[in-house]
Ligand binder design. Structure first.
Ligand code: PGA
Length: 259
């Protein structure tokens, strides 16, 4: 592990969020390359989050590798008459370990509220899935000077009802909406400031000890060239990567620069 990580007890987690990209065939090709190129990586947790249609085949391929599987959403319920929803048991059978919840695209296009994200997060924990709960302000909110207020509301609302133990096992992702898919990255100082603030909110909710153990990823135009600087910040414990996770070469570069 690189020297710059030695002060951090939390293990880095770098996840590729493939969003609504990659057919099953394309996903299989991508993960095959990643398994080959990342076979010696042991220092960080590497996760890929394909679309639901590719989970089954990708699951079989990553089973014996050091890559873990994530899904991009989860129902707030179990099996039953919920057309179009994916129940936790369906993911568990495919050895899915993580679920991305409350991504800003879902908050924006599917009107997901903090309360719904909290229900999904509780459902994940109840079924041994680890939620990656996303929060982040829009450009208008940042410019209005209300970033902290917005992020605090999202953190408290999206983790409402979880036990301290569940919060500790949750991964948070700070993703400023203005930095997602835009090529604009928050500067490492801007990102660190919000990460430290989120940890303060977590401490006020569940105490310092819990807050210290929660992993907080940064997301928003992370790429090979900015990964090291971002991941070197004291409160940044990983990355949630969209665009740069769609090509093996780019995703591998981020991971190589993180260790
Ligand atoms: P991006 O997306 O890396 O393409 O900015 C990040 C995300 O939305 O998780």
């Amino acid at each position: 592990m690189g020297l710059f990580r030695m002060d951090k007890a939390r293990r880095l987690i770098i996840a590729g969020n493939w969003k609504s990209n990659k057919t099953n065939t394309e996903a299989v090709a991508l993960v095959t390359d990643l398994i080959r190129d990342l076979s010696t990586v042991k220092e960080v947790d590497v996760v890929v989050c394909p679309a639901f249609t590719a989970l089954s085949d990708v699951s079989r391929l990553v089973l014996e590798s050091n890559i873990r599987l994530g899904a991009q959403n989860l129902s707030d319920a179990g099996y039953g008459a919920f057309t179009g929803e994916i129940a936790p048991g369906m993911l568990r059978e495919l050895s899915v370990r993580y679920v991305v919840l409350g991504h800003s695209e879902r908050r924006q296009y599917q009107n997901e509220s903090d309360a719904l994200v909290a229900k999904k997060a509780a459902n994940a924990h109840a079924n041994n899935l680890i939620p990656i709960v996303c929060v982040g302000e829009t450009l208008a909110e940042r410019e209005a000077g209300i970033t902290e207020r917005v992020v605090e509301t999202q953190v408290r609302g999206s983790l409402a009802g979880l036990t301290a133990e569940q919060v500790e096992a949750t991964v948070l992702a700070y993703e400023p909406v203005w930095a997602i898919g835009t090529g604009k990255t928050a500067s490492s100082a801007q990102a660190q400031e919000v990460h430290a603030f989120i940890r303060k909110v977590l401490a006020s909710m569940h105490g310092e000890a819990v807050a210290k153990r929660v992993r907080i990823q940064y997301g928003g135009s992370v790429k090979g060239s900015n990964a090291r600087e971002l991941l070197g910040q004291p409160d940044i414990d990983g990355a949630l990567v969209g665009g740069a996770s769609l090509e093996a070469k780019n995703f591998v570069e981020i991971i190589r620069n993180a260790i």
